[in-house]
Design a protein around this ligand. Sequence first.
Ligand code: MG
Length: 368
Amino acid sequence: MKITSISVYQVELPLEHPYRLSGGRLLFERLDSTFVRIDTDAGITGWGEGCPWGSTYLPAFPGGIRAAIGNELAPAVLGQDPRRLDVLNAAMDTALPGHGYAKSAIDVACWDILGKSTGLPVCELLGGDTGENVTVQSSIGTGTPEAMVADILRHHEMGYRVHSPKIGSDVGEDAARIRAIAAGLPEGDSVTFDANRAMLPDQAIRLMAQTADVDAYFEQPCETYEECLQVRRATTQPIILDESIVDFADLVRAHSDQACEAIGLKIGRVGGLTKARRMRDFCVQTGIRMNIEATGGTVLADTVAVHLAQATPTRFRRATWLCHEMLTDDPCDGGARNLSGFTKAPDLPGFGVEPKREALGDPVAVYS
Ligand code: MG
């Protein structure tokens, strides 16, 4: 089987509510996503999506995906067998070292083709469906302690058992939020306080020391890996590294330094499903828990992550976030939907999600 053409679509995704990233990064009202359709000489079509959450969240930007595909990646993969994922990724890495986020949509579309060509859901090719539901975590915006507790209780009523409240404004305010949430958290629910890199090490160390009796995870307290490591060495709570884990070497280093107990394994950020699978396997081997999720995008990007989570032993996963629930538009049919705080990978060949042609419009580029 050979790749005969690559079609690239630019899709605007308005957010239901404007979203402000921590640290003064831009206010988001819409996301710019890239859909990739790969056609083959066997008549099988695969779909992938790349959405790095604007241009301020990561060293990645939406236009970079489209430029990299057009200038470097499409020439490297046209004519390749899309089922040979390691060979295909080696070709992309030779054509363009780094830039994993730009390669992800191509890699993912080829996994869709592999699934469809074998008649199997992709989770069956990633280790096998565990048969266990995938937990979905709530995302709780920064607010007053009372408002955040109310939001958690609202999500608990909807079925959520894992919550991700956002913190990082001020040590005193954050301590009050953590105390209120710890006091109001329903029995059996679990909480991660995610700072999205907003704190300096001294702030994170003071906050975590003040709240050391609260049973909770803290996620990506500081901007850099080194700053997070400094926090880890001065505190006792479990730490999740998210933005700092970009490739396999980052993960090996974090394990060697005992820098974290869990990671955010975001498919787009680490360069696609082939590379995410390797990192998943390392985490399973070394006892690192994972939030397996998309960097951003529609139900297509979310469903890709859910297939990997579905094939990952339950005790190694924490929870998955579903970005598509924040959007006003739904340009796809099928996919992994929220079933009251949990989800499942579709039991269909490939990913089990198909973009609606009329929602995508015409491709912005076709390479053949
Ligand atoms: Mg995070």
